[in-house]
Design a protein around this ligand. Structure first.
Ligand SMILES: NC(=O)c1ccc[n+]([C@@H]2O[C@H](COP(=O)([O-])OP(=O)(O)OC[C@H]3O[C@@H](n4cnc5c(N)ncnc54)[C@H](O)[C@@H]3O)[C@@H](O)[C@H]2O)c1
Ligand SMILES: O=c1ccn([C@@H]2O[C@H](COP(=O)(O)OP(=O)(O)O[C@H]3O[C@H](CO)[C@@H](O)[C@H](O)[C@H]3O)[C@@H](O)[C@H]2O)c(=O)[nH]1
Length: 442
């Protein structure tokens, strides 16, 4: 089929490239000319493992185009996919101005019947608004389909090519076969429902995953007080198929462009119909508090933070991405700076994006984990990048001024800490001293 994808961010670019990979003719559109110029050189404006190879392959095969000319792309397509951002407004509600603008532009450009498919995450009822916006700009016929996206950054290509399921929301059931044919190149597990339910499935899924994370983080906090180990607790819980083992990794909480935004939006969606989503409000509150656990542990270990120097390992909200949107590192670094600490920052990929957001004389930008650690009073691991798991902990203990390692993602095992000379704090596990085999009493 001929597809136009509006927006070349994480969702639009990856979806567009994967649809091309499966033999469709795809035109990806973005307002930002610099992104289009990069993409036409097979360079990706976002960091996503494997994306540049697939862009090059599909450009060469003539199945993929990049343009800033939305109208031309719409005219040459059967299906128009909306994949623009829906960021949070100050009150937590989703900002629909980008998607409404894109819908208006699509309506103006239409030259015949189109299927308009929304991949952006939008509150329940938004696709009806999109329908109205398009209809205001064209008298031609069209259909609206909701196809929420479930990819994760860092594994976006694999998630798109091999999804657990695809959700399709329709009001015109005559489109069912076309939509199933378009998507079954990825999986047979296609669930077709009405548009409002499809919109809700996306928010409910993210809210449920965020709930699992806040739940295990609270269990972790209790484990610390009662002397249990949350990694063992999560493993034991996860063996029950009804619970499942995924998203039970305790740490400094969730960040990213989706969970924080979508949990707040769902609280608003419920509030708009006079329903207080008490459980989800607590999930958000627990997540906010969890970030500051790192700072409490630093104070517990070092006392006051004024003038101390802290190495920070990891700035991205998770590994394998350069995305720092709502990354716990943003608030943690800001809090440490306010307390008068010198922060020595290192991330394998996200340094440039972090520099664009944060600047302060107390920041030292480092080019390796070792540089961030050297002569520091402590190191805090905030993102579970593979690179950090490979660090020689004995060497780390020897280059730190005070041998304190605070692991916000429970990356290291007790065996690795033994003999390292490090004073090791993690999340929901007993504090460990690398000087001997005994756990330190809490
Ligand atoms: N990032 C994820 O992992 C993820 C996963 C699933 C769903 N989502 C949802 O998908 C949507 C997009 O997210 P994203 O992370 O890809 O966003 P993004 O901010 O990375 O990309 C959006 C792109 O759309 C472009 N754009 C905005 N208005 C436009 C217009 N009128 N015409 C053409 N281009 C326009 C922007 O320039 C930008 O490049 C959001 O609703 C998000 O919640 C994101
Ligand atoms: O057990 C876990 C799992 C994740 N996280 C954190 O949760 C955040 C989100 O992680 P992840 O879900 O892997 O990344 P995203 O790319 O934000 O993907 C989520 O958000 C997307 C946007 O809506 C959805 O499409 C995906 O299905 C959903 O997993 C990150 O900060 C992780 O560090 C934990 O703390 N513990």
């Amino acid at each position: 089929m001929k597809l136009a994808v509006i927006g070349t961010g994480y969702v639009g670019l990856v979806s567009g490239v994967c649809f091309a990979q499966k033999g469709n003719e795809v035109i990806c559109v973005d307002l930002e000319q610099y992104k289009i110029d990069m993409l036409n050189r097979a360079e990706s404006p976002i960091y996503e493992p494997g994306i540049e190879e697939l862009i090059a392959l599909n450009l060469e095969a003539g199945r993929l185009e990049f343009t800033s000319d939305l109208a031309d792309a719409v005219r040459r397509s059967d299906v128009v996919i909306l994949a623009v951002g829906t960021p949070s407004l100050a009150n937590g509600e989703a900002n629909l101005s980008y998607i409404e603008q894109a819908a208006a532009d699509v309506g103006k450009a239409m030259n015949g019947y189109k299927i308009i498919m929304t991949k952006s995450t939008v509150p329940v009822g938004t696709n009806e608004k999109i329908k109205d916006v398009v209809a205001r700009h064209t008298s031609l016929s069209f259909d609206i389909v909701s196809a929420p996206e479930f990819l994760r950054e860092g594994s976006a290509i694999n998630d798109t090519l091999y999804p657990d399921r695809i959700i399709i929301g329709l009001d015109n059931t005559g489109l069912r076969e076309t939509m199933v044919t378009l998507h079954q190149v990825f999986t047979d597990k296609i669930y077709v429902t009405d548009i409002r339910s499809a919109e809700m499935i996306k928010y409910a899924s993210n809210a449920f995953l965020a709930t699992k994370i806040s739940f295990i983080n609270e269990i972790a906090n209790i484990c610390e007080k009662v002397g249990a180990d949350v990694t063992c607790v999560a493993e034991g819980m996860g063996m029950d198929k009804r619970i499942g083992s995924s998203f039970l990794q305790a740490g400094i909480g969730y960040g990213g462009s989706c969970f924080p935004k979508d949990t707040n939006a769902l609280i608003q969606i419920a509030g708009n119909v006079d329903y207080e989503f008490k459980l989800l409000k607590s999930v958000v509150e627990v997540n906010t508090d969890q970030r500051f656990m790192i700072v409490s542990k630093l104070r517990e270990s070092l006392g006051q933070l004024n003038g101390v120097s802290i190495g920070i390992w990891g700035l991205a909200f998770k590994p394998n991405t350069d995305d720092i949107r709502e990354a716990p590192a943003l608030e943690i670094v800001e809090t440490l700076i306010q307390a008068g600490a010198i922060v020595k920052l290192y991330d394998p990929i996200a340094m440039d994006k972090f520099k664009e957001r944060v600047d302060h004389p107390n920041i030292v930008w480092c080019s390796s984990p070792q540089q961030a650690a050297e002569k520091s009073d402590a190191v805090c691991l905030l993102t579970d990048w593979e690179e950090f798991k490979k660090v020689d902990l004995v060497q780390l203990g020897s280059i730190l001024h005070k041998p304190v390692l605070i692991d916000g993602r429970n990356v290291f095992t007790e065996e690795q800490i033994q003999g390292s000379g490090l004073e090791y704090y993690s999340v929901g596990r007993p504090r460990m001293s690398g000087w001997n085999r005994d756990k330190v009493e809490v």
